[in-house]
Structures are given as C-alpha cells and as structure tokens.
Ligand binder design. Structure first.
Ligand code: DP6
Length: 349
C-alpha cells in the first residue's frame, strides 16, 4: 500500500506479495455476516467479526492494458467467465470510476485452496484485488477506504484488509447516502491476550451447489428464523468483543459456535432450505464435543460449506488436529493461526 504507481500506469501490481513472508488474506468469521440490507452496495444487516489466517494466501496481479476493450481475468491460470468475470469487471468499474481512467485490466489471481468450498476464497480474492487494482489505477487509499472498496466485491473481503481480528461495522441505512463518510467498513480489534489457532477440517473441496450470495438472499427473503438470528447476532458481537478484551478464549469459542449454528439454522429454515452441512461435518462436530468433554477448549464454526474450523488454544492445536483428523475419513486437516491483512509490496521484494 505504500508503493504508489502513477495513475493509469501499465506496470504490474500485486497484492499480497509472495514470500517471504507471504501476506495472508483469508479470514474466518467468528460472528458471521449473513444477509444484505442493500445488495448493490453490499451493506449487511449485521456487523461481523473474523480472524485473518496465516494460511491459504491469494496473490493477485493487475495490469492495465491500453489496447484492450474488455477486462480479462484468470484464476489459477484458468480464464474467468460468466458470473466470476462479471463480478470482477463490475468491481474494476468501481475502481475506474474513482480513478477517472477507463483502461481495461488484466487480472491474474492465484489461490492455494479450491474456490467455492466454504473456505472464504471470495474474501481473500476481493481483498487482494482491491489492493492490487487500487495501486494499478493510481488510487492512494488508506486501509479504511480499501476495506470499503473490497466490501463492494464481496462483503467478507472488507475484513481481510486487516490482519488478526477485525470487526466489520454494518453501518446504517441504504443507498448511496448510507455509504458516505466512513460508511460500512472493517477495523482491527485488539486481542493480544489470546493465542488462538484454527484447526481446519476440509471434508469436501468440491464447489457448493448454492452460492453464499444466493443462499443469504434466500435466507433473508424467506427464513422465519432470520430476524431472530440477526438480533441475537448483535448481542453475540457485543459479548464477543467483551470476551476478546478479557482474553477469554472459552467465551470467544462458545459465542462463535452458537453464532455459526444459528446462521445454519436460518438457512435450514429458508424456503427452499439451504443445507451446507454434511454427515462428515456432523462427525467432526461430534469430535469437537468429545474434546470439550475431555477438558480441551475446542469450538466449531462453519461457513457456506461443509468444512469445519475448530478454534482452540495454539498449544492445544496439535492434539485437536489429531482428534479431528481421526474423525475425517476423507479430506485433510491443517492448523492456521492469525495472519496479516492484504497488502501491496514492491515487485522486486
Ligand atoms: C458464511 O462475503 O462470500 O462466509 O458479500 O455475497 O460476496 P458476498 O458474500 P461472502 O459471504 C461470506 C459469508 C460467510 C460468513 C462470513 O464470512 O462472515
């Protein structure tokens, strides 16, 4: 973010920088974002809170192409088409509007985990794209402005601009006026006293049948459980912030688990129902319960997919990973810690 190319430059930009040390931009929400009050501006009904991870970095390069009539993008070397390309182009339009530059862009994004598998790849993707595109188009944006920009690509991306724990404030109102000033953006949350790890059980790496965007829309529109969950989620966030302030990992985990299960309950009650949790998910949830019965602080959270992330103390992570691995018949288990937010470093670094 400190390297500022001239406006409309043709140079490559990338965010985050590749190793060493790689920037990590994926985040896992402990208080979930689920439901928009303004679809166009990606304004959520509720605030959310996440931990940015030190695994699964996304590396994105943006190059302006003076001769091109359209934007092009490649994800892991495969040309983007359809809805994916439409979302990237719509995002670049925003950046172009702000920069007063109409040159088209060439985007190259590399992910280290499968996209669309409930591991929040759109969060890291749009956070990295926001940082890289802003630099390529010569926009000097601070972290708050980058968070607001990244949000327009994918809501959860607003939190990935920051490392460690971050809260995304829902803000108020709808329409352009609601997005003025600070609007709806993320900010870091201090949590120095806890030493957390997330044990990630990837029980399925396949793409999801229903996108999280469609699922949350359907939930807001049809689920009788949505409003009660949204109200309790606001209380959960207050309680979570208090638990982080007093470095109480058990309270953080309990609140995160109930918030995630509540979110999945809202989707199960949608019409038609959206069910991301699979038998393998439930088996891992049972192993987490058993860990707690055995006196280990371990708490589960799931996003729009069947994979389970288990919050625990870093010192307990090897044991938790071992137990979870025993519960996962097919798939993989890995351990993540808090990581850095999205950032731009110089090409040669
Ligand atoms: C379940 O940020 O992918 O991971 O804003 O429509 O792009 P859009 O949704 P997205 O939703 C993520 C939902 C979640 C919970 C969370 O990360 O807070």
């Amino acid at each position: 973010m400190n390297t500022r190319p001239p406006p409309c430059s043709d140079r490559w930009s990338r965010a985050p920088q590749k190793a060493p040390p790689p920037s990590r931009t994926r985040n896992i929400a402990l208080i979930k974002y689920w439901g928009k009050r303004d679809e166009r501006l990606v304004l959520p009904w509720t605030s959310s809170l996440s931990m940015t991870l030190d695994v699964f970095p996304t590396t994105t390069r943006v190059r302006l192409d003076p001769g091109a009539e359209h934007d092009t993008a490649a994800l892991n070397g495969v040309p983007a088409t359809g809805e994916t390309l439409r979302r990237i182009t719509a995002f670049l339009e925003l950046v172009r509007e702000r920069a007063g530059c109409d040159r088209r862009a060439v985007v190259d994004t590399r992910n280290t985990v499968p996209t669309g598998a409930g591991l929040a790849s759109s969060a890291s993707g749009f956070a990295a794209l926001a940082v890289a595109a802003a630099a390529a188009y010569g926009l000097a944006l601070d972290a708050t402005a980058l968070s607001r920009l990244a949000r327009r690509g994918s809501g959860s991306a607003s939190r990935s601009i920051f490392g460690g724990f971050a809260v995304w404030h829902a803000g108020r109102g709808t329409g352009t006026a609601a997005d003025a000033d600070l609007g709806s953006c993320a900010e870091p949350v201090p949590a120095a006293g806890i030493d957390p790890a997330l044990v990630i059980a990837v029980v399925s790496a396949g793409p999801k049948a229903v996108s999280s965007r469609e699922a949350m829309r359907r939930t807001v529109d049809t689920s009788p459980l949505y409003r009660p969950w949204a109200a309790s989620s606001r209380d959960d966030l207050d309680a979570m912030r208090a638990a982080l302030r007093r470095s109480d990992l058990d309270a953080v985990g309990e609140i995160a688990e109930r918030n995630a299960l509540g979110m999945h309950a809202t989707m199960l009650a949608a019409r038609p129902a959206v069910r991301y949790l699979s038998p393998a998910t439930v088996t891992v949830l049972d192993s987490v319960l058993q860990l707690r019965r055995d006196g280990i602080s371990a708490y589960a959270t799931m996003d729009a997919g069947p994979n389970v992330k288990v919050l625990c103390r870093r010192a307990d992570a090897p044991l938790v990973a071992q137990v979870v691995r025993g519960a996962v018949s097919q798939g993989s288990v890995l351990v993540a810690g808090p990581g850095d937010g999205a950032r731009l470093l110089s090409e040669g670094a």
